[in-house]
Ligand binder design. Sequence first.
Ligand SMILES: Nc1ncnc2c1ncn2[C@@H]1O[C@H](COP(=O)(O)OP(=O)(O)OP(=O)(O)O)[C@@H](O)[C@H]1O
Ligand SMILES: [Mg+2]
Length: 212
Amino acid sequence: MSDLPVRPASPGRFISFEGIDGAGKSSHIEATADWLRSRGHEVLLTREPGGTPLAEQLRTLLLQSPMDALSETLLVFAARRDHLQARIEPALARGAWVLSDRFTDATFAYQGAGRGFDLAVLQQLETWVQQGRQPDLTVWFDLPPAVAAERRAAVRTPDRFEQQDLAFFQRVRDGYAARCAADAGRFVRIDSHQPKEAVWADLRQALEQRAW
Ligand SMILES: Nc1ncnc2c1ncn2[C@@H]1O[C@H](COP(=O)(O)OP(=O)(O)OP(=O)(O)O)[C@@H](O)[C@H]1O
Ligand SMILES: [Mg+2]
């Protein structure tokens, strides 16, 4: 008898979807899930902050209650810890594909670049909480903040983050660009300033290129 863990026949994959509010994440995560399911994969659709009962409660606090950047960051990582342990890791272990609407790059972009929180502290929290786990692929939907604001305004009233001004979203966008440059092999940048069909075509091509 071997003590080695049983490995699933086909390994699970972890894909995160990133970009500023209104960039097109939600519009394309569902299409990606359908595409993967049509290829026979089990798909877990999830989001951050959130994905578990505890993390969803923390999400509600984060979106509604004003707090300082350190409190915000600690709550985000507490939610992430629960999400990883209770949902993401078990799904990957059984061979599912995990699609998450935001993950740690959003923390670097929003709390780091957007709010000016110390990036070195974020890196430490990332190491502690993730224990080496990173998405296999991160899809970054890149859209000029002014265009994203127009798209958001057309559909809903803003939450606490969405009420920020364009300069804030420009910093967040630059934060994503920095994360992308620092880990180019993990990222694919999708130009979201084009019709939905063209955005989806670019994304599908990026997925197919990985021969998954
Ligand atoms: N390529 C596109 N062209 C025009 N409108 C788009 C495009 N992609 C998405 N939209 C529209 O823009 C709005 C925002 O898109 P979506 O909700 O997918 O963004 P999101 O990145 O999930 O935003 P959030 O972070 O706020 O959840 C939606 O009304 C969506 O229908
Ligand atoms: Mg969304």
